[in-house]
Design a protein around this ligand. Sequence first.
Ligand SMILES: Cc1cc2nc3c(=O)[nH]c(=O)nc-3n(C[C@H](O)[C@H](O)[C@H](O)COP(=O)(O)O)c2cc1C
Length: 217
Amino acid sequence: MNQLHEEPTLVEGFPRKGIGNPPHVFEAPNETIKTLLERRTIRRFKDESVNPEYLDIIVDVGLRAANAGGCQAPIFLISQDKEMNQKLGRISNDLYDEGYYPVSSAQPSTACMVGLKNAFYDAPVVITVFTPQDWSYAQFDVGVCVANMMNAAWSLGLGSCIVSRAARTFATEAGKEVAARAGIPSDYEAQLHLVLGVPENTDADPHELYPNRVAWL
Ligand SMILES: Cc1cc2nc3c(=O)[nH]c(=O)nc-3n(C[C@H](O)[C@H](O)[C@H](O)COP(=O)(O)O)c2cc1C
C-alpha cells in the first residue's frame, strides 16, 4: 500500500528494462490527435451546468465506442441531480482505501489526501457506466467508452475525470436505490464513473512519460 508522498506502486514495480518509447509527437497533424495528446484530467469545476447539446454528443460518442463482440453491453446512467451526486460522491470518497500519493498538484485527487469530501469533485454531471454482471469484457468495454467520452468532452472545452469504486458505491443501499429509481436492471453492475463539467481551470502537472513502455520487434 502506498503511503502519503510515496510514488504510485507501478513506478518501482513494473519491469520496463530493455524497451523504449517512440519520439514524442510535438506537432499534432490534425485536431483529433491534438485532442488525444492534450487531454488532461480535470477535477475542479465551475458551478455551471453542461450545455445539453454537448452532453448528448458525449453520451452518443460513448454509446458508439468499440465494444466486445458488437454486443453493446455497457449502459449509462447520467446524473445531473446535484443532491444525488453529492451523496454518492461522499460515499465514494469514504470508500477510498488505496493509500495516498501525489497524483496531481494542479488538480488534486481523492488520493492526494487534501481533505476532499466528494470523490465526484462537485462536478455537475456524473456518468456511471454499467455492464451486465459477469460480462467477461466489462472492464475493456467500459474503458473504451469512458476514454471516448473524455476525449469528446475535452474537444468541446469540457473537463472530465474518471472515478473508480463505482461497483462498491452502487452496492450501498443509497446506490441501489438510485440505480433502481433510474431503471437500471438489477442484474447490471456499475463499473466506472466519468464526472464532467466546465473546468475551473485547465492547469495540469507536466505530462512526463515514464521511459521504456514500448517494445519493438
Ligand atoms: C481506470 C482509472 C481509474 C481512475 N480512478 C480515478 C479516481 O478514482 N479518482 C480520480 O480522481 N482520478 C482517477 N483516475 C484519473 C487518473 O488519476 C488520471 O488519468 C492520471 O493521473 C493521469 O492524468 P491525466 O489523465 O491528466 O493524464 C482514474 C483513471 C483511470 C484510467
